[in-house]
Structure formats: C-alpha cells, structure tokens
Design a protein around this ligand. Structure first.
Ligand code: TZP
Ligand code: MG
Length: 216
C-alpha cells in the first residue's frame, strides 16, 4: 500500500482472535468493512503460523474485493505469502529493515510505540506508520501502563508519519481523544464487542470525519 493510502486512513480495526473465534472471522471482517473501516489487521497471538496464514489468505480475498488493506501482526512471512498490504511489528519484534527484506517494497511496515521517544525512534527506523498507546488501560494489552492523553499532541507535532492512537478507545471517549489531537485511531474490543459492529464503525468514522483536525 502507498503512503497516500495510509495517510487517508482514519479508522484501523484489528481482528483479534482473542475476541473472535476463527470460524467467525470472515463474517466479522465483512461487518467491519461494511461499517467503513479503512485498514484491517489480523492479530492472532499464540496461534499456529500455518493456521494464521490460512485465515489470512481467506481474509485477503474479502478485504481485497473491497479495497481494504490487510495488515498481518507479527508475521512478515505470512504477509508476504498471502500478498497482504502491510505487516505490523511490536517493540520486541525484528527490526523494520529485516521485515522489509521479507515483505518487499510494496508492503507497509507499521510499529507499535508506547512513548514519544519510541515514536521518534520508529520514525527514524523507517516505519510507514505507528500505533501510539495504550492511551487508556485495556484488557486487550494488559501489560502496558497507559500513556493518557497528555502526549497525544506532542507526538503529532514531533513525528511526521501517520499516527494511530490505540488502547481503550471507545465511542464514548473518542471525542476526548480527538480533542487531544488524535487524527486516526485503532479500536479493537470496542468494535469487536459492539452489539452492532456496522453501526459502531460508522459512528466512529462519522466522529473522526466531523471532529478531527485532519491535516496529515
Ligand atoms: N497495542 C496497544 S493497546 C492495544 C494494542 C494492540 C490494544 C487495543 O485494544 P482495545 O481493545 O481497543 O483497547
Ligand atoms: Mg508483535
């Protein structure tokens, strides 16, 4: 995917298999896409890599049809094998340059960051985008202390690649997150546990479109 594809993306959903059983993954992906998500990540912690690849292949058929970039968490080789548009790395994963060797030039490489310092380092390391969080405490990533909203403006002033704020973001706190300076968000449990995923995603998009100061 191109830098422009990332730049115009505002709502990044993660299909996390700790919330969705693999048998429901396609149906949930279809709902997320129907709701207008801009990017979809497959996050499958502690799963067999062969199973992750099988599911990624099926998901890619769905996302590809609808023009939504698919990003694979943790597994550059899976991203390459299924032709995914991106791969996402954490602080403990291989360096970005090594992942690029595997996925090639057309696949975006994103990185999780948990402080402004890490965000700056990810930028210089060559990340195409970063996740920045957790802003709030979240059961989806329980081992990280929340950053809060104070650093959101600073990271946007400092780092000139797309920044996706993440961690405990829900419809009800989204206005505050946007007010703090966020332009793009990742939402996991808020979307996956919504009683109406399509409507929830549409409401998030609507808020981001109406309220965020979307400059870069
Ligand atoms: N990285 C930082 S917070 C987080 C990840 C993967 C989890 C976000 O999930 P949720 O359910 O939207 O709080
Ligand atoms: Mg990882």
């Amino acid at each position: 995917m191109t830098a422009a594809d990332l730049s115009r993306s505002r709502l990044y959903a993660i299909l996390d298999l700790s919330y969705v059983e693999p048998g429901k993954a396609i149906e949930v992906a279809q709902k997320l896409i129907e709701g207008g998500i801009d990017l979809l990540q497959l996050r499958a912690k502690d799963r067999d890599t062969g199973d992750v690849e099988k599911l990624a292949l099926q998901l890619h058929e769905v996302t590809g049809d609808r023009g939504v970039p698919l990003i694979i968490n943790d597994h550059p080789a899976v991203a390459r094998n299924v032709g995914a548009e991106g791969v996402h790395l954490g602080q403990g994963d291989m360096p970005i340059a090594e992942a690029r060797e595997i996925v090639g030039p057309d696949c975006a490489v994103g990185k999780s960051t948990h402080s402004v310092d890490q965000a700056i380092r990810a930028f210089y390391e060559g990340a195409d985008y970063i996740g920045f969080g957790p802003l709030f405490a979240t059961p989806t990533k329980p081992d990280y202390p929340p950053i809060g909203l104070d650093e959101v403006a600073k990271v946007h002033d400092t780092v000139r690649i797309p920044i996706f704020c993440i961690g405990g973001i829900k419809l009800d706190n989204l206005p505050k997150v946007i007010e703090a300076g966020a332009r793009r968000v990742v939402i996991v449990s808020g979307l996956l546990q919504a009683s109406d995923i399509v409507a929830y995603a549409r409401s998030v998009k609507d808020l981001l479109n109406r309220k965020s100061k979307f400059e870069n």
